[in-house]
Design a binder for this molecule. Structure first.
Ligand code: SF4
Ligand code: SF4
Length: 177
């Protein structure tokens, strides 16, 4: 089956609407890709991800590693002559990928989850409990112990979390996100 036969127009429309970006305007000049800091590790460059969406290539777009390697630096959007905010497109694809259980980079997704759980609980990250949760879930308890100990000695790994006082605002932020 060729690529055109697999076109999922509904997927294209959904990503267009959720991202709020004029995906159809991309003419693949590659200004985004040439400024992207993550291309060394990416399986698809930013403009290639947009091409997958334009062509309704849902499975390939939702399962690409680049969605999780992207650092949300927004360089691509700043360079685009057509004002396409690629980071917003990537966010829409990530949400869809999670909801359809298509995440390829599961460890990176897990790291995002434990990071956000820590912020949700304290209003800021508490590295020791966040890393303990990550290590437990990946069943990799003892790697990086040396680095952790060095950070502890430098005061970068406080034993007790520091919590924000305004819990109501914190709750509202997570409720609206
Ligand atoms: S810079 Fe904009 S128009 Fe050019 S390839 Fe990237 S997204 Fe498309
Ligand atoms: S936001 Fe993501 S895709 Fe865009 S330049 Fe930064 S790392 Fe690359």
């Amino acid at each position: 089956m060729n690529a055109i036969a697999n076109t999922d127009v509904e997927f294209y429309r959904e990503m267009r609407e959720k991202s709020g970006q004029p995906i159809e305007l991309c003419y693949h000049c590659q200004k985004c890709a040439s400024g992207c800091i993550a291309t060394e590790y990416a399986d698809f460059y930013p403009n290639e991800i947009l091409r997958l969406v334009q062509l309704g290539q849902k499975e390939r777009a939702l399962q690409c590693s680049s969605l999780w390697i992207c650092s949300s630096c927004e360089t691509c959007g700043a360079r685009c002559p057509n004002g396409i905010n690629m980071r917003a497109v990537i966010d829409a694809l990530k949400e869809k990928s999670i909801s359809e259980n298509k995440v390829k980079e599961k460890k990176i997704h897990l790291f995002h989850t434990v990071f956000l759980n820590s912020v949700r609980a304290n209003g800021r990250v508490h590295e020791p409990t966040m890393m303990a949760a990550y290590k437990l879930k990946t069943r990799n308890l003892f790697s990086d112990l040396g680095v952790g100990f060095d950070m502890f000695k430098k005061g970068k790994m406080p034993l007790l979390p520091s919590r924000v006082k305004d819990k109501k605002t914190l709750k509202n932020i997570f409720r609206s996100s």
